[in-house]
Ligand binder design. Structure first.
Ligand SMILES: NC(=O)C1=CN([C@@H]2O[C@H](COP(=O)(O)OP(=O)(O)OC[C@H]3O[C@@H](n4cnc5c(N)ncnc54)[C@H](OP(=O)(O)O)[C@@H]3O)[C@@H](O)[C@H]2O)C=CC1
Ligand SMILES: CCCCC/C=C\CC(=O)/C=C/C=C/C=C\[C@@H](O)CCCC(=O)O
Length: 377
């Protein structure tokens, strides 16, 4: 039974207007609603309206997100108009940006922001066939309607054997972040030494492997011994557990006594303030993220970094992957090629069921994920 058939069996509540048999006012609709699992077969096909499940931000986060900050709701979707598509989410992404962006971009009651791999289940748009998979940016919802303009098709060369969830991770936004940050921001060169933190995550694990592909020495850190073992398994030259080392300063010096040419910073905070003192002359820092600060109720007051910036004439550049959209096609093509050649390994932290999205999101922020965290609907 496909996800769509399961959804039809479990979540379809008939809502309609204009159809004699299914209009909201007829006794039939009340009967249909009470017999929801069976009512679909009684509904006339041209007036089916469906109900999707969504997660809304019930209360703005204070510190780490809590399950009570979220609320799952049902949203009735209108009938498709000409040119529109009905899609079901197959995989949903949980990403760190959702934490800081929720404060900046959302109000309480909004559907949580986020991306998904979705499948077209009904189409009134000749440009999109039923069964097509796309990447969309429509938030935490099981189903949604689109006019097609906000959908990104998976590359035509995507093999059937490759999990489509990778379009949310290694061969998607996180992978592109690593690609742009290394090639365009750090401008890494063969023989250089690259440092990356949150190295076992969706972005960091790609950074380390792309740096190896680029002929660099790679040092990574992560928050558990099993993650450190994973880093060594995927080719990192040096890896350490930043939570258990006696001194981060010593660990960075031991991993690369000559220092670092490129620092791909996913974490910010105290880590960055210490790491910057280990940069080589004319080193480059890609300021990708600051996950050590996203959940702070009170902003941290880090030590100043200007002195090593000036002394070593460092380049430090913040970047947002969506501003580099003109590199998206080339990046996805390169990432997909490296994955298929076995040069770019991936690991996904898959959480089953839409109902577990808050738990998956909170777990990722707490470091429970190895590789890209996704939710399989
Ligand atoms: N600039 C851009 O366009 C983009 C930026 N980003 C940023 O990149 C970073 C990594 O994102 P992504 O790969 O998706 O996430 P990950 O898959 O790496 O998951 C987050 C990881 O961050 C680590 N972490 C959490 N809290 C802390 C902390 N206090 N100190 C150190 N590490 C911590 C945890 O791993 P561990 O076990 O190592 O602690 C956790 O698994 C984030 O900062 C994110 O905001 C991501 C995408 C685009
Ligand atoms: C409000 C302060 C923000 C500080 C930096 C926070 C996070 C950095 C980060 O994680 C940025 C992530 C950017 C993500 C970009 C794109 C996504 O919004 C959706 C991607 C959709 C797509 O291209 O498929």
């Amino acid at each position: 039974m496909s996800a769509y058939q399961r959804w039809v069996a479990s979540d379809v509540v008939i809502r309609s207007s204009g159809c004699l048999f299914c209009s909201p006012l007829t006794p039939y609709t009340a009967l249909a609603s009470s017999l929801a699992p069976f009512s679909i077969s009684l509904c006339c096909s041209f007036c089916r309206m469906v109900t999707a499940k969504v997660w809304v931000l019930k209360k703005h986060f204070e510190g780490f997100p809590k399950p009570s900050d979220f609320e799952m709701k049902q949203v009735a979707l209108a009938n498709l108009k000409d040119g529109e598509l009905l899609l079901e989410s197959v995989f949903l992404s949980v990403d760190p940006y959702m934490r800081p962006y929720s404060k900046r971009d959302m109000k309480e009651g909004d559907v949580m922001i986020g991306t998904q791999v979705a499948r077209i289940v009904e189409s009134k748009n000749p440009a999109f066939a039923v069964g097509t998979f796309v990447v969309a940016n429509r938030g935490w919802r099981t189903h949604f309607i689109s006019d097609g303009k906000d959908l990104n098709l998976l590359p035509a060369s995507w093999p059937e054997s490759l999990p489509k969830s990778l379009a949310l991770g290694t061969v998607g936004m996180p992978g592109l972040t690593a690609y742009v940050g290394l090639f365009e921001i750090c401008k890494m060169k063969p023989g250089e030494t690259v440092l990356v933190n949150a190295a076992a995550g969706a972005v960091g694990s790609v950074v380390g492997q792309l740096a190896k592909i680029g002929g660099c020495k790679v040092v990574g850190c992560a928050g558990s011994d099993s993650k450190v073992a994973y880093l060594k398994n995927i080719g990192f030259d040096e890896a350490f557990n930043y939570k258990t080392v006696a001194s981060l300063d010593e660990a960075l010096r031991k991993a690369s006594p000559d220092g670092y040419d490129c620092f791909f910073d996913n974490v910010g905070g105290e880590f960055a303030s210490i790491a910057i003192n280990h940069m080589k002359k004319f080193g480059r820092i890609a300021v990708c993220g600051a996950i050590s600060q996203y959940n702070d109720s009170v902003p941290q007051k880090g030590p100043y970094i200007q002195i090593p910036m000036i002394f070593n004439e460092l380049s430090m550049k913040g970047f947002i992957v969506s501003s580099w959209h003109n590199h998206r096609e080339e990046g996805v093509k390169a990432l997909l090629k490296w994955v298929l050649e076995g040069k770019l390994k991936y690991h996904e932290q898959v959480t089953e069921r839409f109902e577990n999205m808050p738990a998956a999101f909170i777990g990722m922020l707490k470091g429970e994920n190895l590789g890209k965290a996704v939710v399989k609907v």
